[in-house]
Design a binder for this molecule. Structure first.
Ligand SMILES: NC(=O)c1ccc[n+]([C@@H]2O[C@H](COP(=O)([O-])OP(=O)(O)OC[C@H]3O[C@@H](n4cnc5c(N)ncnc54)[C@H](O)[C@@H]3O)[C@@H](O)[C@H]2O)c1
Length: 268
């Protein structure tokens, strides 16, 4: 997308954290925003904030697990703005516990929010963008979907890994058809998501992040990274450059890498 001036963006999970900051970064560049979130009052606060850029913004309360959620978002955006240029699929749910203690129902809940919501979004917006001949999709995954630094959140990591594959395939399919796909893989970012505050299945496990070498970024930094990626049609956004070294290390000897990760986790 050459410019965000006058573009129309739908941001799910736009009321907080990375979604809110991305809404700000897009609106600062002239985009109109539909803030979609299950928390309607917080979404309205973001809409009010966006007015300072002169952005036309609208909130729609939505639960991304509902079958009709994305049809309703599209209809609301078309009704207000006349078109959609960008969709950011950004809602994610974290869970934690030992792999043998997380119930199947919890797996289903997390996969429904993290993965199937994006499937539902694509079912609505991919045909729409194809017909329009342009558009851009941003999917928020995580470095937890790129490599294993913990075993305390398997449904989360597995669903984010699935988003990586889904986004790569979509990029290959849609790029020749004039539609961009960006995959955001954040490391630690200061938002309202907090693993330590979540209930834990089974005995409490220490919440393990990717390591102290991964600084916790302000969400605003990530919002700017996303806006730049959309403007430059960049596929991968790694908020923390250091993750490249980890992935190179793993690719050079995957078995040795897993041996080191297993030993490090066993020590805790
Ligand atoms: N913060 C991090 O360190 C980090 C790291 C990697 C990936 N991520 C990913 O970034 C994304 C955004 O997370 P965040 O850290 O900004 O969290 P956040 O909690 O600050 O924001 C999440 C937003 O999603 C909304 N939401 C939750 N369930 C919803 C539903 N069913 N339907 C609609 N809206 C819903 C919440 O109300 C909230 O406004 C998630 O996909 C998360 O997995 C975050």
């Amino acid at each position: 997308m050459d410019t965000l001036q006058g573009a129309v963006a739908v941001v799910t999970g736009g009321a907080s954290g990375i979604g809110r900051s991305t809404a700000h970064s897009l609106a600062r560049r002239g985009a109109h925003i539909l803030v979609a979130d299950i928390d309607a009052p917080a979404a309205q606060t973001v809409v009010d904030e966006l007015a300072s850029y002169g952005a036309d913004a609208l909130t729609v309360r939505c639960d991304v697990t509902a079958d009709t959620a994305f049809e309703e978002l599209k209809a609301s955006a078309l009704d207000r703005f006349g078109r959609v240029d960008l969709v950011m699929n950004n809602v994610g749910a974290l869970t934690r516990g030992r792999p043998d203690r997380i119930p199947v129902e919890e797996w289903q809940r997390v996969i429904d929010i993290n993965l199937m919501s994006v499937v539902r979004s694509n079912a609505v917006f991919v045909p729409y963008f194809l017909q329009q001949g342009r558009g851009h999709i941003v999917n928020t995954a995580s470095i937890a979907g790129l490599y294993t630094y913990s075993y305390d959140r398997l449904p989360y990591a597995a669903s984010k890994a699935a988003l990586v594959q889904l986004s790569e395939g979509l990029r290959a399919y849609l790029r020749p058809r004039g539609i961009g796909v960006t995959l955001l893989c954040p490391g630690p970012v200061r938002t309202n998501i907090d693993a330590a505050r979540l209930p834990c299945f089974g005995p409490v496990v220490a919440t393990r992040g990717p390591g102290e070498e991964f600084a916790v970024l302000p969400a605003d930094t990530v919002g700017e990274q996303v806006a730049q990626a959309v403007l430059t049609d960049t596929f991968m956004v790694l908020t923390h450059e250091r993750v490249r070294d980890v992935l190179v290390d793993r690719a050079s000897d995957w078995n040795a890498f897993m041996g080191r990760q297993t030993a490090a986790l066993a020590e805790e």
